[in-house]
Design a protein around this ligand. Structure first.
Ligand SMILES: Cc1cc2nc3c(=O)[nH]c(=O)nc-3n(C[C@H](O)[C@H](O)[C@H](O)COP(=O)(O)OP(=O)(O)OC[C@H]3O[C@@H](n4cnc5c(N)ncnc54)[C@H](O)[C@@H]3O)c2cc1C
Length: 498
């Protein structure tokens, strides 16, 4: 049935962190807002994130006696981004560093709980704050605020085109899950908050080699179509070839079944209970509980391989690991799927600091016992090669040959993997997030072929990353939230600059 209510003030494409911040901000300024989201549920990459948010001048810093301000954060970004060896977009950097404290307070006022600040050199001050229990809490509270303000959010609704009239973006064509399409009109403007192109092999292929192209995206809906639609209108992607962290990253597959813990809303009550439990309960009980909150794909440390673990694919064939980029060869292997195999000596070693299996939200460092307790789906123990092969559904002869070859390659002095065996996996080569976003001006208006703003079209979050460098932890979410709110103000002509 055709939809009757198809006109609003602001259309936001994407219901991740930046889109929901944008929608809530625009609605709080009296705008009628529609959010179209391609996935069946809201959250985007943001809901997969660990939840680090990096800001100066927060109440948490003040309580900890840390003297900090946005100018210092802005200056420190030269050090944080130094390894990138490329020019930053300083206008957008300023927008992020100077907008971060206000948006942090705005999120606190919505109900989001943070812990921190944590030090992260080369920042000169501890600035990294973490949402509790994870980034899903951001989405929970942003969604609640949007609902209170009357924002309409339509899932299963994919941006198919932007409607132009007299050179101005004035509407969108949206394809729905049932096969129908609707054209929605926006009186004030459209904000592309549709994330990055991590799930587009085609766009990745423009900038990177085969290992990156083959890798799996952690979040599968960011196929970059809105960026391509903007390109057809004359826009361009900046820094498509840049990565703040090496890619592909090796990660464990995420849990397939949601535990009862994951069905709890990531609300303040749960966050407070976790903080309380952390103080009074034995660690042995709390750690697995917190680990069960982790929906995100955690990444094993390269140190496992340095200490002598082997990597095999699903047939049991050895995959060579380059410590500088451990997932590179795995991503090139057909299937891009493998298991980390090790023995008792390594297992014991990875039970205590500084040898952890991975970092993990809430508990900082996860050891083998944490995986044994909370991720039984990816944890294996076996007394022999045949028993291990049966559990991994690998070919026993191939697995035996791989372990022998691995042991030979370690040389006489190196550690040899012997029974009993342990395995963790599947692991795959993954893409977390790409750094390329549409070129935008300081008001987040998308720039067209003549580098002039395309009237009515704005971009925020990863879609509007516009050449700002976000190295270090926490800057992507900070950027998503700050730029989302700012884009709303820019569309409505209410920015501090306007
Ligand atoms: C495992 C992991 C951990 C991370 N941890 C952190 C962290 O702790 N701190 C940090 O700063 N960063 C982190 N990041 C990066 C960070 O999560 C992202 O950069 C950020 O969340 C991007 O927000 P966004 O709103 O721009 O995009 P998203 O949250 O991805 O939202 C985009 C939305 O647009 C929708 N969409 C896409 N195409 C269309 C279309 N055609 N039509 C309609 N809707 C569409 C998507 O479905 C999605 O919901 C992490 C990333 C990963 C993968």
């Amino acid at each position: 049935m055709p939809e009757s209510n198809t006109e609003c003030d602001v259309i936001v494409v994407g219901a991740g962190g930046s889109g929901l911040c944008c929608a809530a901000e625009a609605a709080s300024r009296g705008a009628k807002v529609l959010v179209v989201e391609r996935a069946p549920k809201i959250g985007g990459t943001t809901s997969w994130a660990v939840g680090a948010y990096t800001s100066s001048a927060t109440p948490h810093q003040k309580r900890a006696g840390i003297d900090d301000d946005p100018d210092r954060h802005y200056a420190d970004m030269d050090l944080v981004n130094a390894a990138g060896k490329r020019a930053d977009n300083l206008g957008l950097r300023r927008l992020m560093t100077h907008g971060a404290p206000d948006t942090f307070q705005w999120l606190l006022d919505l109900g989001v709980e943070f812990i921190g600040p944590n030090p992260e050199p080369p920042h000169s001050r501890p600035r990294m704050h973490n949402t509790v229990p994870g980034a899903a809490a951001l989405i929970y509270y942003l969604n609640r605020r949007c609902r209170q303000l009357g924002v309409t959010i339509r899932c299963d609704s994919t941006l198919a085109d932007v409607v132009m009239k007299n050179g101005r973006a004035c509407g969108v064509v949206v394809a729905h899950g049932d096969g129908g399409t609707t054209t929605y009109r926006a009186r004030r403007g459209i904000v592309l908050a549709s994330g990055d192109f991590a799930a587009s092999k085609e766009i990745r292929g423009r900038y990177f080699g085969q290992a990156v192209v083959n890798a799996e995206a952690v979040y599968k809906y960011n196929t970059g179509e809105p960026l391509k639609i903007a390109e057809r209108l004359g826009a361009r992607i900046v820094n498509g070839d840049y990565t703040a962290f090496y890619i592909p990253r090796m990660r464990f597959v995420p849990p397939t079944k949601a535990s009862w813990v994951l069905r709890l809303p990531p609300s303040k009550v749960v966050a407070r209970l976790i903080q309380f439990g952390w103080k009074v309960m034995p660690q042995a009980l709390m750690r697995p509980f917190i680990m069960r909150f982790v929906t995100t794909a955690l990444g094993p440390e390269p140190n496992l391989f340095k200490q002598g673990a082997a990597l095999v694919n699903t047939s049991g064939k050895l995959v060579e690991v380059d410590i500088a980029s451990p997932a590179h060869n795995l991503a090139l292997d057909p299937g891009n799927k493998g298991y980390i195999v090790f023995d008792d000596t390594i297992a014991k070693r990875f039970e205590t600091w500084p040898d952890f299996i991975s970092t993990a939200p809430g508990i900082a460092y996860a050891y083998l016992r944490d995986y044994r307790a909370a991720r039984r789906d990816i944890y294996f123990e076996a007394g022999s090669v045949a028993a291990l092969a049966a559990q991994l559904r690998a070919d026993p002869a191939t697995l035996q040959k791989s372990i022998d070859a691995h042991n030979r390659s370690r040389g006489d002095a190196g550690h040899r993997v012997t029974p009993p065996f342990y395995a963790l996996g599947p692991v795959r080569g993954y893409i977390n997030a790409m750094e390329g976003g549409l070129a935008v001006n300081d008001d987040l208006a998308v720039l067209g072929s003549d580098s002039q703003p395309i009237p009515g079209l704005f971009a925020a979050g990863s879609a509007g990353q516009g050449g700002v460098l976000l190295d270090g932890h926490g800057h992507h979410i900070t950027w998503a939230c700050v730029s989302g709110r700012y884009a709303a103000q820019a569309v409505l002509g209410t920015t501090p600059r306007s």
